[in-house]
Design a protein around this ligand. Structure first.
Ligand code: ADP
Ligand code: MG
Length: 308
């Protein structure tokens, strides 16, 4: 047998890599992000796997500190992960040149921050705010700003400055800003974190409309678990890893059924819900039994403790 040439090996490696969610719009494969500050290491993402298809509307939920913002910063091209694979629309976010990264951030992805003040320039009107990213990219389109504001239900705010709008109106204008260069992907980090529930609902509706009418993929980060009622799929993050998914579907009578799943990674690891573990006092090790159509998980048999 011939020894494979270097280029054949390379081709094989690329093929093996692309096997995991090759056609997905967003691929995170074993994503790791370690922050080092003054000698202390914080592992914000510890081998996170996530696939998102084009045109999906998903929510990422998790407690504070679980790694949600870190994930969004990676996907937005603001931050570079320590290891793993992150690919959006076929672009490798770890291997990008500075020039490609700039283009990616201007044209491929749109971002909405929690802090309303961070999304809009205070001295520009809503329309001017929406026009600004188009001008920076050198492709101003005359009526696009007005159309986007109209689509998101804030057409009447076009001439107003941020100080003359409510928090919810500002966030909906911020969505228009994020959409101005026709991105493929919109990321929102706790976009309703500073809003009351009624106003939040309007902002979610605006994101849903952007997703539906423009076909843009939308990823919303939130610590509000109730958001799962507003989106197709909810991905739960715990300790820097995806741990659960809730899928929403219509039942036989048109009712909405939400089903929660645990996420199984490629080597077979899964995370048990904390309340299940507490209910049965599961810790350190469990007994597994394979049945014909499920796997049983039992607390380990009582053994003399070796720790005390
Ligand atoms: P979330 O958005 O879910 O609240 P983050 O992604 O902001 O979580 O943070 C995940 C973990 O990483 C936390 O422990 C946080 O303290 C840490 N972290 C986030 N950003 C930094 C940073 N720039 N430097 C050091 N540690 C950070
Ligand atoms: Mg955060």
């Amino acid at each position: 047998m011939n020894t494979p040439t270097l280029s054949e090996l390379e081709a094989q490696a690329t093929k093996a890599k692309s096997a995991f969610g090759a056609d997905a719009h967003i691929v995170c494969d074993n994503l790791v992000r370690i922050y080092k500050t003054e000698g202390v290491e914080v592992v914000a993402l510890q081998g996170l796997d996530l696939l998102i298809q084009k045109g999906e509307l998903i929510a990422v939920v998790g407690a504070s500190g679980s790694g949600k913002s870190t994930l969004l910063n990676v996907l937005s091209g603001l931050d570079v992960p320590t290891a793993g694979l992150a690919r959006v629309a076929g672009m490798d976010l770890l291997a990008m040149t500075a020039k490609d990264r700039l283009r990616y951030r201007r044209e491929v992805v749109g971002f909405i921050w929690q802090q309303t003040a961070r999304n809009l320039l205070p001295y520009l009107s809503a329309r001017e705010n929406v026009e600004l990213p188009m001008k920076l990219a050198g492709k101003a389109r005359k009526d696009r700003a007005a159309q986007l504001l109209e689509l998101l239900g804030v057409g009447y705010c076009a001439a107003r400055k941020p100080a003359e709008m409510s928090g919810g109106e500002q966030q909906r204008v911020a969505i228009a800003v994020a959409l101005s260069n026709s991105p493929q992907l919109v990321l929102a980090d706790e976009p309703t974190g500073e809003l009351d529930s009624e106003t939040s609902e309007e902002v979610f509706e605006a994101l849903r409309r952007a997703n539906r009418e423009l076909g843009v993929t939308v990823v919303i980060v939130t610590h509000d678990a109730l958001v799962s009622e507003q989106v197709d799929r909810t991905v739960g993050i715990r300790d820097g890893r995806t741990s659960s998914e809730t899928l929403r579907r219509a039942g036989a009578e048109g009712e909405i059924i939400a089903e929660e799943y645990a996420v199984l990674d490629r080597v077979g690891r899964l995370q048990l819900p904390r309340d299940f573990m507490n209910a049965l006092h599961l810790e350190r090790r469990v007994r597994l039994e394979l049945e014909s159509d499920h796997i049983g998980v039992w607390p380990a048999r009582e053994e003399p403790s070796d720790e005390h």
